[in-house]
Design a protein around this ligand. Structure first.
Ligand SMILES: Cc1cc2nc3c(=O)[nH]c(=O)nc-3n(C[C@H](O)[C@H](O)[C@H](O)COP(=O)(O)OP(=O)(O)OC[C@H]3O[C@@H](n4cnc5c(N)ncnc54)[C@H](O)[C@@H]3O)c2cc1C
Length: 375
């Protein structure tokens, strides 16, 4: 299907250079488009750098089309790693999950059964087996059932963004950093004509991609578009722990999520601790609570130093699903806003770039179209 005024744009401004903007801009420039990346800060240093960064579809069973999109996201990562090399950004080591109460355990096992029925690879191991095969530093009961998802991964988001933007710039894209988009001037008839930046410059463009993450509703307002978003903050801590990380893959242990973050560093996150953000508790105390939980699972993390802590807002459209694609009522304006953006960044990049250049809408995005929020 194509939409009304579709035509290949001459110059596309990608507003926001996190994992999603980098994915869209890299795919556009790969296909010969003239791209200007614009970021208020630095590429990859938004929520992409403060994410648990787990690439998965096992946590996306709420709707079949959303699960399928996330499975496509995982496949796109494998293709991307083959195309540009895995460097220091791609860690396809699988994922482990277990529980410490019977109700949660029963729920995980039921989900695993559903996923196996959808041809999603999952193994049920015991705690003893996990220590022997995968993670010797873990403390967990020998007989607890542990789900192992071999096709899941974690990604170093900031490194991937830097790689994609570097490749795009090498093939002619322009990069503007430290300059926020403050205005989008449209021609009579609606297409964008210029974007005005906070450094006083103005750039001529004829299409814009709103990939501004948690700030996407502000950018949408610049074209008189209302994009309703949720406010759901999360806190992440980075710990340094000597020469090497004591874990090798992303883990969902009871009360705490742990993953490596390159040599000698781990990232911690917990939905239970996120729930305390709005109580006004100091982020430094939240980070200590994360470390306390982590030490019950990986005792050597008890001595690790908390190096960085950050509270960020998740970029979640109001109904919880991505908002991706053209908005037929505003020609030349495209949206690329999603939670689970680490898993979905590369596939959104591929699908949206194809749509911008061809005007054809991909069925895979049918349930995630921006116009569902139009009045
Ligand atoms: C605690 C936590 C855990 C998470 N865990 C996972 C996970 O395990 N797996 C997963 O898939 N997802 C996870 N997510 C979600 C995921 O991190 C995000 O969906 C993803 O990083 C969003 O990327 P983005 O490119 O949209 O946003 P960002 O990385 O925030 O990039 C947006 C960019 O836009 C720029 N910007 C904003 N306004 C303007 C403007 N006016 N002009 C110019 N530039 C602008 C910003 O400077 C920023 O660099 C998690 C999120 C959080 C908070």
């Amino acid at each position: 299907m194509t939409y009304g005024s579709a035509r290949r744009p001459n110059r596309v401004a990608v507003i926001g250079v996190g994992i999603i903007g980098a994915g869209v801009g890299w795919n556009l420039s790969l296909q010969g488009a003239d791209v200007v990346f614009i970021d208020a800060g630095l590429p990859g240093e938004g929520v992409t750098n403060w994410s648990f960064s787990w690439v998965n579809a096992s946590n996306k069973t709420v709707r079949r089309s959303y699960f399928d999109l996330n499975v496509a996201g995982m496949a796109t990562y494998r293709e991307l790693a083959a195309a540009i090399g895995p460097d220091s950004w791609w860690y396809p080591n699988g994922h482990l999950r277990w529980a410490d109460d019977p109700a949660a355990e029963a729920k995980f096992l039921k989900t695993a059964e559903l996923l196996a029925g959808w041809d999603y690879r999952v193994e049920v191991c015991t705690g003893a087996e996990v220590r022997r095969r995968f993670e010797p530093a873990l403390t967990l009961p020998d007989d607890v059932p542990v789900l192992f998802y071999p096709d899941e991964a974690w990604v170093h988001g900031r490194h991937l963004v830097s790689r994609l933007v570097g490749l795009a710039v090498a093939s002619g894209a322009e990069l503007r950093t430290g300059a926020a988009v403050r205005d989008i001037v449209v021609r009579p008839g609606g297409r964008p004509e210029t974007v005005a930046l906070s450094d006083g410059s103005r750039l001529g463009v004829d299409a814009v991609v709103n990939a501004a993450g948690p700030h996407a509703s502000h950018v949408a307002e610049l074209v008189a578009r209302r994009l309703p978003m949720r406010r759901e903050a999360g806190v992440v801590a980075r710990l340094t722990c000597g020469q090497r990380a004591p874990v090798h893959r992303a883990l969902h242990a009871p009360h705490i999520e742990i993953r490596p973050d390159g040599a000698g560093s781990v990232v911690l996150h917990s939905r239970e601790i996120d729930a305390l953000i709005d109580t006004g508790q100091d982020p430094a105390e939240l980070a200590q609570m994360l470390r306390d939980s982590a030490r019950h699972v990986v005792p050597e993390l008890g001595n690790a130093r908390i190096a960085q802590t950050r509270v960020s807002n998740r970029p979640i459209p109001a109904d919880g699903f991505p908002s991706v694609g053209a908005l037929p009522s505003v020609p030349g304006y495209y949206e690329a806003v999603s939670h689970s953006g680490i898993t979905l960044g590369p596939v959104i990049g591929r699908l949206l770039a194809a749509e911008i250049l061809s005007g054809k809408r991909d069925e895979m995005l049918a349930d995630f179209r921006p116009e569902r929020f139009s009045p």
